[in-house]
Design a protein around this ligand. Structure first.
Ligand code: UT7
Length: 344
């Protein structure tokens, strides 16, 4: 249990924030493009050419697998990586748009599952931008002295909000399920932590990605359709255009804020929305292939999980190390977009 006696003072000495460990969890069940060809009028060729996706993982709902299981497993793996126990955590933030239930927060269930005692726990919803927003929040809570050890999980199971028929083919082909976790700790090394960050939203764009729950949730001019209830409605082409413009813009603004050049950043860890969007950002900054990671071919767009899933793979492969500069970038429903540039 995180006791009050272990809570840091609110008048901290200058402190930095370091990445202590990462973990990830994807479901075992695969949904390949060949599987989708049997469910709707689509083709492996179309999906690969338009998105770069070859397969995604989805939860096995028949056996009760859900977002909280993915979260807990990713957190357990991050705790092991950081050589910590659940009781060492002061706070758990779960960034998700597919919580286990409306109440309690998924983070509370996850805290109980990993034995985190009375650590604070809450969910944060910024759709695909959720993990990036949450690490910005976690960083500043540690930096300000309120908390010492914070776990941030990005997790989503969009498969439960898909229409795997012809009607949903423009959306269902891109999403997959996953969870990824990063644990941050206070450090005496004041050079470590966020160099610049941003969080943005444009509520005008809410109707470009939404999940209607009742007839009143449909935008004006869109007729009510019972089959669309609890199914992601996405204006793919509009979101694509928004993303192609926003990605480089937010990267440039963050670099400018930190007075850092793109070439000085060791790794760009970007939301895996569409391979074409990622390649466009790579070209815009003249980055080599190994500086902007892409794993969308294996997992699809895993929403809040996509950035921490990349982070975990990169760390385990030794491609993100102590001393590196790493930029996290994401955009998604809201519309939201944000960034976080770290000195690791
Ligand atoms: O994570 C953040 C949120 N989301 C995103 O970042 C998504 C951003 N958008 C995209 O990645 C792309 O818009 C999609 C991959 C979703 C769709 O690609 P697109 O090139 O924008 O396709 P489109 O929706 O403009 O449709 C083009 C054509 C249409 O046919 P017609 O009207 O030209 O005859 C669609 O009916 O492709 C058709 N189509 C498909 N064909 C085969 C749409 N979905 C499929 C499909 N298989 N699955």
């Amino acid at each position: 249990m995180a006791s009050s006696t272990s809570s840091p003072s609110f008048f901290p000495a200058r402190r930095g924030v370091r990445l202590a460990g990462t973990g990830a969890c994807v479901p075992d069940k695969r949904l390949t493009n060949a599987d989708l060809e049997k469910m709707m009028e689509t083709s492996d060729e179309w999906i690969v050419q338009r998105t770069g996706i070859r397969e995604r993982r989805i939860v096995d709902t028949e056996h009760g697998e859900s977002v909280k299981h993915l979260c807990a497993k990713s957190l357990e793996r991050a705790l092991a990586d950081a050589n910590l126990k659940g009781t060492d955590l002061d706070l758990i933030i779960v960034a998700t748009m597919t919580p286990e239930m409306a109440c309690p927060a998924t983070a509370c269930m996850v805290a109980q599952m990993v034995g985190a005692g009375h650590a604070g726990a809450f969910d944060l919803n910024a759709a695909c931008s959720g993990f990036v927003f949450a690490i910005n929040v976690a960083h500043d809570l540690i930096k300000g002295g309120a908390y010492n050890t914070v776990a941030v999980i990005g997790a989503d199971t969009l498969s439960k909000l898909m229409d795997y028929s012809n009607n949903g083919r423009g959306t269902a082909i891109i999403f997959g399920d996953a969870a990824g976790c990063a644990i941050f700790k206070a450090t005496d090394d004041t050079s470590k932590g966020v160099l610049a960050q941003s969080m943005h939203a444009d509520g005008e764009g809410w109707k470009d990605i939404y999940v209607p729950r009742c007839s009143f949730d449909f935008p004006q001019g869109t007729p009510f359709d019972e089959n669309k209830i609890d199914v992601v409605q996405m204006n793919g082409a509009t979101v694509f255009k928004f993303a192609v413009g926003t990605f480089p813009e937010v990267i440039q603004q963050t670099l400018d804020k930190a007075k850092v050049k793109a070439a000085e950043v060791d790794m760009f860890v970007c939301h895996q929305s569409n391979q074409r969007i990622l390649h466009a950002a790579r070209d815009r900054f003249g980055l080599s292939e190994d500086k902007l990671y892409v794993n969308i071919d294996r997992y699809g767009n895993t929403v809040g999980a996509s950035v921490p899933l990349c982070l975990d793979e990169l760390r385990k492969a030794g491609k993100i190390k102590d001393g590196n500069k790493v930029m996290f970038v994401a955009f998604g429903g809201g519309l939201t977009w944000g960034s976080s540039l770290w000195q690791m």
